[in-house]
Design a protein around this ligand. Structure first.
Ligand SMILES: Cc1cc2nc3c(=O)[nH]c(=O)nc-3n(C[C@H](O)[C@H](O)[C@H](O)COP(=O)(O)OP(=O)(O)OC[C@H]3O[C@@H](n4cnc5c(N)ncnc54)[C@H](O)[C@@H]3O)c2cc1C
Length: 450
């Protein structure tokens, strides 16, 4: 079966749907081909046993993330503030320390000072990295020749501070400090507008949640696009030439003037292209791996930790669960804790059986919040590395050498093929905001093309 349209969009995550909506608003016709039987990609909201919407993928938005906020408002998806009253918990060397500040300061002022210095130094370096072209930063080659870990070893003397900063890397890209180029980390910080916006709850990226769940934004956008969105259509080959493109998904072929590929770089590299991609693009897509994360939710009758004066936020220097937040609905019923198993911990624990993982997760929650945390009425988990058409989360990250050798291939169109997806964003890369920015930018490229 062959259909013809102006633009074929590959992928119905937020980037693809934002691109399609912008094109339709401008009067273009689109077909969106989505591999899965659902839209939303890295956002996935499923009901718990009592119907509470649980976000297994992306969930929070915060200040300066104006595009995702506007899109949500447009489709009637509403937000509420993340709970953050009470003391935070740092689980360090087998003990739970409670603290009231934003960054852990549990009785170790020397480390707190060094942490502040390290953050200021990272932010100063990030200010030198142009988010549209990190490879053009004055010190790009030197910054891209080291990992965050080698920088930590050279610049930070306190092992405790290194541990905190490693956890920040896990908490943002779900990889280890040893995996990630320092230049990439600086680009990431710059694209978010600093470390405070990245780390903060109120005032930061974790400020608000969607009442209906984050996937509702994509579901409603797809509803507004109607029959233009085709599910269960994994694109295997894209043929492209001077006069148009053809995307083939199973027996279906969509002919169009142009294509927007709104998938992570590693996943774009699995699609066949005729003619083949230029070498620099082909090699880029071999080099941007996806992070590793298992997201877990423990559901209780009530948020008992609040009565103990605790916020529900915990950070852990071991594993498997490295960070936890209060994730209750706005009315606090039921009590929900969300935990993240990230980076190396996710790589280890994804291979273990479910019962062992469950026991280890519960043991962590008991360590952080006491015995009552050991009796959730439901424990849910989602391992993103198992998703065939996503390959891992939260995002694709750049190891050393990739930005400086291949960065230019990330967004540059190849003939009539345009690239979207949060990894291609210049603001809030890796976040829902970045996905929307990338989709809208790719749509604008197409609309401006001759
Ligand atoms: C556990 C987790 C927590 C997160 N937390 C947050 C958060 O709190 N806040 C935040 O802002 N962000 C968060 N994120 C990141 C956020 O979800 C993503 O940045 C965003 O959803 C990416 O959207 P995208 O459209 O760029 O890509 P995707 O969502 O990956 O969309 C790509 C789509 O393309 C489809 N596809 C792939 N290959 C093909 C093919 N060959 N043919 C057709 N379709 C194909 C996929 O099925 C998918 O639907 C989180 C992500 C995860 C997983």
């Amino acid at each position: 079966m062959t259909a013809a349209t102006d633009v074929v969009v590959v992928g119905a995550g937020l980037a693809g749907l934002a691109a399609a909506s912008r094109l339709v608003d401008a009067g273009a016709e689109v077909v969106v081909l989505e591999a899965r039987e659902r839209v939303g990609g890295r956002t996935l909201t499923l009901p718990a046993a009592d119907g509470t919407p649980i976000d297994h993928g992306g969930q929070w938005i915060g200040p300066t993330q104006d595009r995702i906020a506007a899109l949500a408002e447009r489709v009637g998806v509403t937000t509420y503030p993340t709970w953050e009253r009470g003391l935070n918990t740092e689980f360090h060397e087998g003990r739970a320390h409670r603290y009231g500040s934003e960054l852990p300061d549990s009785g170790d002022p020397v480390s707190a000072v060094e942490l502040g210095q390290a953050i200021r130094e990272l932010e100063a370096m990030a200010a030198t990295v142009p988010p549209e072209a990190p490879w053009t930063a004055a010190e790009a080659l030197s910054l891209d020749s080291q990992t965050v870990e080698t920088w930590l070893q050279a610049r930070v003397s306190s092992e405790r501070v290194r541990t905190w900063l490693r956890e920040i890397v896990r908490g943002t890209v779900a990889a280890e400090a040893r995996d990630v180029s320092l230049l990439h980390a600086l680009f990431f910080i710059r694209s978010a507008g600093g470390m405070a916006p990245l780390l903060g709850t109120a005032g930061g990226a974790q400020e608000r949640r969607f009442h209906q769940g984050a996937q509702a934004v994509s579901i409603r956008l797809a509803e507004s696009l109607g029959r233009r969105v085709v599910l269960g259509a994994p694109v295997q080959q894209v043929r492209h030439g001077e006069h148009g493109v053809e995307a083939e998904a199973g027996g279906r072929v969509v002919a169009a003037g142009r294509a927007i590929l709104a998938v992570p770089p590693a996943i774009a590299g699995r699609i066949g292209y005729r003619p083949a991609m230029p070498g620099w693009r082909n090699q880029l897509t071999q080099r941007v791996p996806m992070g590793s994360v298992i997201k877990v939710h423990a559901i209780y009758e009530e948020p008992f930790w609040r009565r103990d004066g605790l916020s529900g936020f915990a950070v852990n220097d071991s594993g498997p669960v490295t960070v936890v937040y209060d994730d209750c609905p706005e009315d606090g019923s039921p009590g929900v804790l969300v935990g993240f198993i990230e980076g190396e911990q996710a790589r280890i624990w994804a291979r273990r059986d479910r019962a062992a993982r469950r026991a280890a997760v519960i043991a962590c929650l008991v360590d952080f919040f006491g015995e009552r945390a050991g009796r959730p009425r439901e424990l849910l988990e989602h391992s993103w590395a198992d998703e065939e058409y996503i390959g891992g989360c939260y995002t694709g990250y750049f190891p050393p050498g990739v930005w400086t050798s291949f960065g230019e291939a990330l967004r540059e169109p190849v003939g009539r093929l345009h690239w979207a997806g949060t990894e291609t964003a210049t603001v809030w890369t890796s976040y829902m905001e970045g996905a929307v920015q990338s989709g809208e930018r790719a749509a604008d490229e197409v609309l401006a093309a001759p």
